[in-house]
Design a protein around this ligand. Structure first.
Ligand code: P6P
Length: 336
């Protein structure tokens, strides 16, 4: 017998009643969920819609865009525009900030998003996802001024991701725990499958692109070598490694069973400030990880405390099981 699972709307209205979540945010999140559901369908039918290839363009990151990168961006933007409270959009796929209002009084939400993360996995049928983060503008915000959207991650009122995998899932936080929803194909609704996801403080699994070993700074190399040394090494236990090349998938595993994810600044990406982008990858994931009892660090500072200087800036990302992140931060302190 099917278990009666609350729909996303029932959950969000409960958050409205118990935590005073604004109804405009409820409707915005429903629109974002619809965008995710549509992107999921477009990916599954990609072979027949001939949308799995490259778009022939590059994004602000200088990366070749996939057709679905562009389509996913259009889906996010068109659905988010339904919400009259949204003043600005910051998308990985668009260089400029998109302003929807002339004054902050007319709208006070900012939505940052990576519409399709891990899209290099698309044409090999591996899971990809979307990441979003929502902040509120300050009272004195000036619409049209890029500095208005440069708020540190502690100002997020909501963040989440969707994974387009064997199931289409939606994981979000409104500052009161992390909750997971699965798209119910028969009804098209997102229904809750787990509440208050919690990351175990300890783990025996790390996620890192090990091909960059030669570029790592000493703290990262020392930490990973200790893990790989196994039972007879300084950790006294063996470790497993996972790397999916899709951040949301690695993070979902960590939220589900623990682990630590590392994409640090290294010799190869130091000039750009790292690989992952702060506003729509590191910040939203850091908010989720902290809400689930984990830690999110650059190795030397809390990610959510970083004061952004540009909408597409990158950051060093080390996050997951609290005691592992603390251990890595200790390696950084030893190098000081
Ligand atoms: P690499 C995807 O391009 C991404 O931004 C993250 O989703 C993922 O964790 C990382 O980059 C993969 O990087 O070096 O394995 O290609």
């Amino acid at each position: 017998m099917a278990i009666n699972r609350a729909t996303l709307r029932q959950f969000l209205l409960q958050e409205y009643r118990t935590h005073g979540v604004e109804k405009d945010l409820v409707f915005l999140l429903e629109d974002i969920a619809t965008a995710c559901r549509e992107i999921s369908t477009l990916i599954r039918n990609g072979s027949f819609l001939e949308t799995l290839g490259t778009a022939g363009s590059t994004n602000v990151q200088g990366e070749a865009q996939k057709k679905l990168d562009v389509i996913a961006n259009e889906q996010f933007e068109s659905h988010i525009r339904n919400c009259s409270r949204v003043a600005a959009l910051v998308s990985e796929e668009v260089d400029e900030v998109t302003w929807l209002k002339d004054t902050a009084k007319a709208g006070d939400y900012i939505v940052y998003f990576d519409p399709l993360d891990g899209s290099s996995n698309l044409n090999v049928n591996l899971s990809v996802g979307s990441i979003f983060s929502i902040m509120q503008l300050p009272e004195d915000a000036v619409a049209g001024d890029v500095n208005t959207v440069l708020r540190d991650g502690s100002f997020q009122i909501c963040s989440g991701y969707s994974i387009f995998g064997p199931a289409t899932t939606l994981v979000l936080t409104l500052g009161h725990g992390v909750h997971e929803f699965t798209n119910h194909l028969a009804t098209g609704e997102f229904r809750i499958v787990s509440r208050n996801m919690t990351i175990p403080e300890d783990c025996n699994e790390f996620a890192i692109n090990a091909s960059r070993f030669a570029d790592w700074d000493a703290p990262v190399r020392n930490y990973i070598e200790d893990c790989i040394a196994g039972q007879n090494g300084p950790r006294g236990k063996s470790f497993n490694m996972r790397w999916t090349a899709s951040m949301v998938v690695d993070i979902h595993r960590i939220l589900t069973r623990g682990g630590v994810f590392l994409y640090p600044v290294d010799a190869r990406n130091r000039a750009e400030g790292g690989k992952l982008r702060l506003m729509y990858e590191a910040n939203p994931i850091a908010f989720l990880v902290e809400q689930a009892g984990g830690s999110a660090s650059t190795g030397t500072a809390r990610i959510l405390d970083i004061q952004p200087e540009s909408p597409h800036q990158r950051a060093s990302v080390i996050l997951g099981s609290r005691n592992e992140v603390l251990r890595i931060e200790e390696h950084y302190r030893q190098e000081d």
